[in-house]
Design a protein around this ligand. Structure first.
Ligand code: PLP
Ligand code: ZN
Length: 450
């Protein structure tokens, strides 16, 4: 079974009520294990046997077996025997080839793992199934989070599935409308606060003094356990062949931490021989980790006032920064930042592959182009981009981009030609076939002109 331990002082602890942090030193908690179903490490034959069982579960009719998280339950023994997980059959998301991006970058081994194909449209579902299942096991009747939108949408859905109440604190006017709509649809008590994400987090901590809610923000160590199964699922899809690089966007930095924990544990337990280099990409306007690495060698958090249109990563004071620094150091990855123009361009380029994602997710493709240019990613290497959310989460962004209303002149400078080439035109025509034919001809001319 799992126990919790502090990442700072190492103190072993029971789960605290209220804000989940070490009672001795205030640092983050993580789940740890002395014994797994198979002991601690596996022989190659033992590993192959577990890999076969996990794959077979996909054919089962049981929801825990079909879930891309609980199918790997031996990797996260966090629920008591006989406890039922709250699952919406999360995970099992596709890996897509990116032929256009491959040609452009010259990297033949390039794929996207699309976490936007989860039940509520983002990777948050992997963590939420774990955290809400724990909450219900503990007898909590209400869960709560501060959110940039997707955590709220996911929590509201899983709480509804568990028959629990949920409370959402979001920054007023600073989240994508469709995420807000999901929160309402799934029945959360939804509060927009006149502050940013970091302010919402502060209010949630204060609220704990007044109301006993179970916090499912990503400081919740069980959420990280659900999210780490992405590593196992990804390797399974590649027949357990480890890629050289995995790129992931960085906001509150729980996802990158979870991914690193997942790979490092799989290696320690004998399920893979090496780990990929995990690199984290941030938006220029919300770059606390990039600055922390560059200016403080990863030793002290440099907080920023976050501003970016990629609202899912609009975070200036990331809770899991220490865990993320350790993942960068343990896997040899780097943190980079990309501009608003690079994000918008990358998103449109992925879109042109038939792969829609959120602006925050597109940072990975933008960041990869930089890392190839730097020579950090070599031409013969294999790269997985983690696309964290679905394009329908933020359709406003898409329309603003194509109508040329998204970026201002200063942001566009230097990128005019590249951006113009990706901007798709919306035709408004009289209802006559001739008009449509003319549009077809013009569109064909546009394509040829490029
Ligand atoms: C939450 C989220 C992120 C950021 O993940 P962190 O764990 O906060 O770093 C990135 N993209 C999307 C779509 C998200 O919902
Ligand atoms: Zn401690």
């Amino acid at each position: 079974m799992a126990y919790l331990r502090c990442i700072g002082c190492g103190e072993r602890t029971a789960e605290p009520s209220g804000w989940q942090q070490c009672q001795a030193c205030g640092d983050l908690l993580e789940a740890a294990y002395d014994e797994l179903a198979w002991g601690t490490t596996l022989t190659p034959a033992g590993a192959a046997e577990w890999q076969r069982r996990w794959r077979e579960r996909r054919q089962s009719d049981r929801r825990e077996d079909r879930s891309g998280v609980w199918r790997f339950r031996e990797l996260l023994p966090i629920l008591n025997e006989g406890s039922q997980a709250i699952s919406l059959e999360e995970g099992n998301t596709p890996i897509y080839e990116l032929p256009r991006c491959r040609r452009q970058s010259g990297i033949a081994g390039l794929w996207a793992k699309h976490q936007g194909m989860n039940p509520t449209g983002s990777f948050k579902d992997l963590g939420m199934t774990a955290a809400v299942s724990r909450a219900r096991e503990r007898g909590a009747t209400a869960v709560a989070c501060a959110s940039t939108g997707n955590t709220a949408a996911s929590m509201a859905a899983y709480a509804a599935a568990a028959g629990m109440r949920s409370l959402v604190l979001i920054p007023s006017g600073k989240i994508a409308g469709n995420k807000l709509a999901q929160s309402m649809d799934y029945g959360a008590i939804t509060c927009q606060l006149d502050t940013d994400f970091d302010g919402c987090t502060r209010v949630l901590r204060e609220l704990l003094e007044l109301a006993p809610v179970y916090v499912v923000n990503s400081i919740n160590p069980y959420r990280v356990e659900g999210q780490k199964t992405l590593a196992a699922e990804l390797l399974e899809q590649r027949d357990w062949e480890v890629p050289d690089h995995v790129l992931v966007p960085g906001g509150n930095l729980a996802n990158s931490s979870a991914l690193g924990k997942g790979f490092l544990e799989l290696q320690a337990w004998g399920l893979c021989r090496r780990v990929p280099q995990i690199s984290i990409i941030q938006a220029e306007g919300a770059n606390p980790l990039a600055r922390t690495m560059r200016e403080a060698g990863g030793r002290k958090l440099i907080e920023v006032r976050a501003e970016t249109r990629a609202t899912a990563i609009r975070i200036g004071k990331p809770a899991s920064w220490k865990k993320a620094v350790r993942v960068l150091e343990a896997t040899g990855g780097v943190c980079r930042e990309v501009s608003e123009a690079e994000i918008a361009l990358a998103k449109a380029e992925l879109g042109a592959e038939g792969i829609g994602c959120e602006p925050a997710s597109a940072t990975t493709w933008a960041g990869m182009k930089r890392l190839v240019q730097e020579g950090f990613i070599g031409k013969q290497q294999s790269v997985i981009l983690v696309l964290t959310g679905h394009t329908l989460k933020d359709a406003d962004y898409v329309m603003q981009f194509h109508e040329g209303r998204l970026l201002d002149a200063a942001e566009t400078r230097g990128w005019e030609t590249a951006l113009a080439a990706e901007r798709r035109r919306l035709w408004h025509l009289p209802a006559r076939a001739e008009a449509v034919k003319q549009a077809l001809d013009e569109a064909a001319a546009d394509t040829l002109a490029q």
